[in-house]
Design a binder for this molecule. Structure first.
Ligand code: ZN
Length: 285
């Protein structure tokens, strides 16, 4: 299925791709769109949630375990190419680990940019997706992924920059993943109506990190066809999953019916498009 359409997405840790845009990736695979997932860190500082994993046993090889989990998730989502940049997890904002010598947060930005330029020039995506400038919710590795990606897109188009990293390529559209306030409010209201505890704790949706006003959203991708594969990918991230997590505990029919639209903010487009959009390739197809 050679549509010639290609999407590259840059994420900080294994599972970010599934949580932010898993259903979209599966849908794009159905449409014959080639997808390239670049994951910057090995995520070795993540909390281990799996009930059958023992922290002390798993911790020393968590990076390796998460690579395997991501490979399985990417297969479930029909991702065409998966690349690991292999940086070290920086830990949550403010943690001492942010300053560790090999933390992604401390990585040389020019080096990160050069490696992403190489990926962009090799894959030649029309569309790139990453996080907004706050990294979605302030995680240092997400912010670093954003920085590297926006710089790499600009550099990739210029023949004089990173000349050893391949032939220049100009990306047509850049998107940021987004969780709008209305989506969180809906989840909270549905849980309340069903007599369940608040899915994200007692915090008011307006106060939660990583939530954007609905006005920011430019693009809603209805990806119901990809919902079941998103669940499969989510379960593949075994170390990161407890079975009582709202996204796992919620029956698949409910997820598919109510939570299978992925949201994006169009940062810019070099092709004409009309907002609101329902397709990341609007103006490109
Ligand atoms: Zn992450």
């Amino acid at each position: 299925m050679g549509t010639g359409l290609r999407l590259l997405t840059v994420h900080a840790h294994a599972d970010d791709e599934t949580l932010t845009m898993g259903a979209t990736l599966a849908l794009l695979a159905d449409q014959g769109v080639a997808t390239c997932l670049v994951t910057c860190t090995d995520g070795e500082l993540a909390t281990v949630y799996a009930a059958d994993m023992v922290e002390e046993e798993v911790r020393p090889r968590l990076g390796e375990i998460r690579r395997d989990e991501l490979r399985a998730a990417a297969t479930a989502l029909g991702v065409t190419e998966l690349h690991f940049l292999g940086y070290h997890d920086s830990g949550m904002a403010g943690a001492d680990t942010n300053q560790a010598p090999h933390a992604f947060w401390r990585a040389d930005l020019e080096e990160v940019t050069g490696r992403l330029v190489e990926r962009i020039r090799a894959f030649r995506p029309q569309v790139v997706v990453t996080y907004d400038a706050y990294g979605g919710y302030g995680h240092p590795d997400h912010i670093q992924a954003h920085r590297g990606t926006v710089l790499a897109i600009e550099a990739a188009a210029r023949p004089g920059m990173f000349a050893q990293a391949g032939e220049p390529w100009r990306v047509s559209k850049l998107y940021y993943t987004a969780f709008p306030l209305s989506l969180i409010r809906k989840a909270v209201a549905m849980a309340e109506a069903a007599g369940l505890p608040p899915p994200f704790g007692e915090q008011a949706p307006e106060e939660m990190e990583g939530i954007v006003p609905d006005e920011v959203v430019t693009t809603r991708v209805e990806a119901r066809a990809g919902s079941a594969r998103r669940r499969q990918a989510l379960l593949a991230h075994h170390s990161q999953i407890a079975m009582d997590f709202p996204l796992v505990a919620m029956p698949e029919e409910v997820m598919a019916e109510h939570f299978s639209t992925d949201h994006y903010e169009l940062a810019w487009s070099r092709v004409p498009t009309t907002i609101p959009e329902a397709d990341l390739f609007a103006g490109v197809r």
